[in-house]
Ligand binder design. Structure first.
Ligand SMILES: Nc1ncnc2c1ncn2[C@@H]1O[C@H](COP(=O)(O)OP(=O)(O)O)[C@@H](O)[C@H]1O
Ligand SMILES: [Mg+2]
Length: 324
């Protein structure tokens, strides 16, 4: 059976390269022969528009998937062979409001993905610039988080809050969630600030190695996405960088990222297979007693925070922007 790898591209800061990464990394993976599904979970529908789909159209989209019985397959739109998108159409913002009182509201996307096994190798989810219910649905459904960062001192400020949210989701809803890594976007090669931010972020993740946090295996991808105006132009033509300008830096960088990503996936899969084999050797035949998660109906605004939990929920100490 194909392993579906569900990756959420998240950062609550806007304009850091989430949508550009989902579109162009997704297209680069599909060009390498992998079946890829992109999910637009942002009511601003930038990913949807990136592929020339009108977000005001009457077609089914993520709103219907989250609030009605529409399956992901029914809402899917084929872009090219191996590449599919589930668009965000007009009402997705309303879904956040409509679902506010629903039981299990942050697990709807996960249920949808699980309901009908999806014939994709990679599902990449584009998130809105917030840590609201839509992003929580993505974090609950995904196995990994990919964090685009701009090497900018303000970019670091939000990282701790995002990591704290990932920790919380892992503890309460999705015990498999990990941070796959950070990719630097809109990189200004040769500037001192960019170099300092990269160094600090690498040090932060290196210091977490071997620990218990969801980011203890996170990597800082070597492939950095340089600032390249072609990347900003291609959505206007409803296409990705590899079609728009295959010789641009943007195309080169996303191709390199996709190769690095696939290599990382291959090595993770090898070590996962080893862990699975070890685990079944140790705990077979009775795995039924392992209920590691403590699902709660609410993560946000419910007032039932976690004082009864012994684990701390401190904001991770990310590198201080003041150091720069
Ligand atoms: N590497 C890059 N070089 C130049 N422009 C970029 C690059 N990456 C993204 N952009 C542009 O910057 C803006 C914000 O990027 P986007 O991917 O939409 O961020 P987010 O989804 O995090 O809000 C968009 O106009 C996009 O086209
Ligand atoms: Mg976006």
């Amino acid at each position: 059976m194909t392993v579906v790898r569900t990756i959420v591209v998240a950062n609550q800061k806007g304009g850091v390269g989430k949508t550009t990464t989902v579109a162009n990394l997704g297209a680069a993976l599909s060009a390498r022969g992998h079946k890829v599904c992109l999910i637009d979970l942002d009511p601003q529908a930038h990913l949807t528009m990136h592929f020339g789909i009108d977000p005001m159209s009457e077609r089914a989209g993520m709103y219907d998937v989250l609030t009605a019985d529409t399956s992901l397959a029914e809402a899917a739109v084929g872009i090219e062979s191996n590449l599919t998108i589930i668009p965000s159409v007009i009402d997705l913002a309303a879904a956040e409001v409509e679902l506010a009182g629903a039981v299990g509201r942050e697990q709807i996307l996960r249920d949808r993905i699980d309901a009908k096994p999806f014939a994709y190798e990679f599902i990449l989810i584009d998130c809105p610039p917030s840590l609201g219910l839509l992003t929580l649905n993505a974090l609950s459904a995904a196995r990994e988080v990919l964090i685009p960062l701009q090497p900018h001192f303000l970019a670091l400020q939000g990282l701790g809050q995002l990591l704290e949210t990932v920790s919380l989701v892992r503890r309460r809803i999705n015990p498999d969630l990990t941070v796959a890594g950070v990719v630097f976007c809109m990189f200004e090669t040769g500037t001192r600030l960019a170099g300092e931010v990269v160094r600090d972020v690498k040090e932060f993740f290196a210091s977490a190695r071997g620990g218990e946090t969801p980011w203890s295996d996170a990597r800082v991808f070597q492939s950095q996405i340089r600032r390249n105006v072609k990347l900003a132009e291609c959505p206007g033509y409803g296409t990705t960088i590899s079609h728009y300008d295959p010789s641009s830096h943007g195309a080169t960088d996303y191709n390199a990222l996709s190769e690095e990503f696939l290599a990382a996936f291959a090595s993770d899969s090898d070590s996962d297979a080893q862990v699975d084999a070890d685990a079944s050797a140790v705990c077979a035949p009775d795995a039924s007693a392992t209920s590691a998660s403590d699902p709660v109906e609410t993560l946000t605004g419910g007032g039932e925070d976690a004082p009864e939990h012994t684990e701390t929920t401190e904001t991770p100490a990310v590198p201080s922007p003041n150091a720069m």
